[in-house]
Ligand binder design. Sequence first.
Ligand code: FEO
Length: 399
Amino acid sequence: MEPIQITPNVWWVGAVDYDIRDFHGYLTPRGSTYNAYLIVNSGKTTLIDTVKHGFEDELLSRIAKIVDPKKIDQVVSNHAEMDHSGGLPEVMRAIGPDKPVYASAVGVKNLDGQFKGAGLNLKAVEGKLDVGGEELVFLETRMVHWPDSMFSFLPSQGVLFSQDGFGLHLATPERFDDEIAEDIWGPLALNYFANILTPYTGPIGKLIEKVVADGLAAQIKIICPDHGFIWRRAPSRILELYARWVQQKPRKKAVVVFDSMWHSTEHMARELTDYLAKLGLEAVHQNLKHQHRSQAVTECYEAAAILVGTPTINNQLFPSVADFISYIKGLKFKNKIGGAFGSYGWSGEGAKLAQAELKAMGYELPADEVRVQWVPQEKDLEPLKALARAVAEAVKAVA
Ligand code: FEO
């Protein structure tokens, strides 16, 4: 396994996971990477982040092409989540268990909690670290996206090590933004942002403002995230997209997300999608029987409206719809208009429960839920048309 040189003394030494598809419940159809970086100076060698457990040999074999792993003097952990720290105990055994591992103060606690008994020599960073004739500067990025998260910046070369920030899940042999077209990486970057960073758009927005106000943004020449590829041609492009996405500004778009038992709720969803499109919205149909929750959420990200369809099963929401609602509740979308609908046989709680969940999430609900008993007939579709009209009107008022 070969390392990849980024600057005269900074190397990518991470791992490529072509096969991962379930990333803690988030679909990664094109795999991912666990990026780690090596700063090699005559005075000191510093490893930044490690890899998921199981990929330690890949990391160590790339490092060994540059330097004997035992010559590494220190490790920096920008983020304690297991995809970047799971390999830490084994990597430390290879490079020397007494070598210091620097992390934020919360990172020290998290790593200690995760690797009890591993004997890691954990140290909290204090602003800067000598990496051999130059300094690595730390920037606390709490809740972007964990309490321990921090960025590291190498001012001499304008290299920002941004842990999960500015990442995306894509396993390829290419390592740089100029090697992959935006029509490939753009949807993946939004998918990553929507599923991982949506709850933290507030802190991310403030971080971007601070980075610009402090003049750091102008100094950044290369961004090295912990997933995906390295931004060397246009780091400003991903910064620009983040500055847009943190606003959660609604577009004239509505997503109809549903599941169905015997095609009746599906029939309603199809009609609703058509009505919304006829009313001038970009209308997107997401059947949870075929579409993963994380893909549906990506469609929802910049949509002004989310319409949730569910049958009733044992007086409850349909399980896949309950799963979707639980997922979007955690993501805490802002500025959303909602609506609920569904067919039922006898008790019919499903659509009411969906409507109540959307209300509890703070969505604007321009109409009551629409319920149809048994199989929808033409006359049953009038309330659905009224729901579409009310949603379209509300969307046009904000987008
Ligand atoms: Fe890639 Fe938050 O870990």
